[in-house]
Design a protein around this ligand. Sequence first.
Ligand code: B1M
Length: 226
Amino acid sequence: MDQLKNFIIEGNEEKAVEKVKQLLEDGMSPELILNDAMIAALDKVGDLFQEGVIYLPEMLIAARAMQAGMEILKPRLVEKGVKPKGKVVIGTVKGDLHDIGKDLVVMAVENAGFEVINLGTDISPDKFVEAIKTHNPFVVGLSALLTTTMDAMRHTITAIEKAGLRQQVKIMVGGAVVSQKFSDEIGADYYGADSTDARNFVQESLGSPRKKYTDYERKVQVIESE
Ligand code: B1M
């Protein structure tokens, strides 16, 4: 596991893939490989980047090694043959290109039997609105990893409200920079801390109406009535 972690930190895609295969053959659980070696490696990469020890290209090749390893893990993490129970739209917000965590959320939600429309990264508020109109999901998920793109979550929720679609979808936000406090502030319905939490929210949301108003919407009503 330590070797795999190091191969990802070094961005050695070939060796990382080999190691994932070997660990699976040795009977290691895919969840353990993902959490304890692969995600742990990216956390370390983030620290090294922040400390100025490595730069963007190194962070990028580490992410590629992680993604190559994830391709091997995917079939072991995703259960096959589950009939879709309902639709969920998920994307990384405008200006943000991080998709590893978002794709783990997509995998977890699909695994629980939902159809996920994965919009990808750098998704504008208008594109989210369009996707709601086209796919009619019951949950919309917004992911952000940068402090500078957190505001895009707020703009996306506002755009959904302006389009008159807010009451028909529950909005979940998540990503390393997001917190419960921020989620409340921008009027999201739920803050997903990780992929399991996100999957649980989607499962619990099926068939249950959304709380009529979030705290944010209540505050707006009070301000408007004053
Ligand atoms: Co970037 N990056 N990056 N990066 N990057 C971070 C996020 C950073 C924290 C690194 C650091 O400084 N320590 C920092 C952000 C600082 C900040 O704003 N507070 C940062 C920066 C600064 C940048 C650039 C601006 C660097 C530059 O250009 N100078 C640049 C921005 C580009 C852009 O987006 N416009 C940039 C670029 C990149 C790469 C392209 C090189 C690459 C991304 C590749 C890719 O995603 N395909 C990259 C990477 C790999 C990282 C780190 C190292 C790893 C991110 C990751 O995948 N983590 C990251 C440092 C870190 O996070 N420790 C860093 C693993 C993943 C499983 O975790 O995404 O948190 P996470 O997802 C979790 C939960 O958050 C949650 O569930 C997931 C699974 O448990 N979750 C949700 C996520 N989305 C959710 C949605 C939900 C619910 C839960 O509901 C919808």
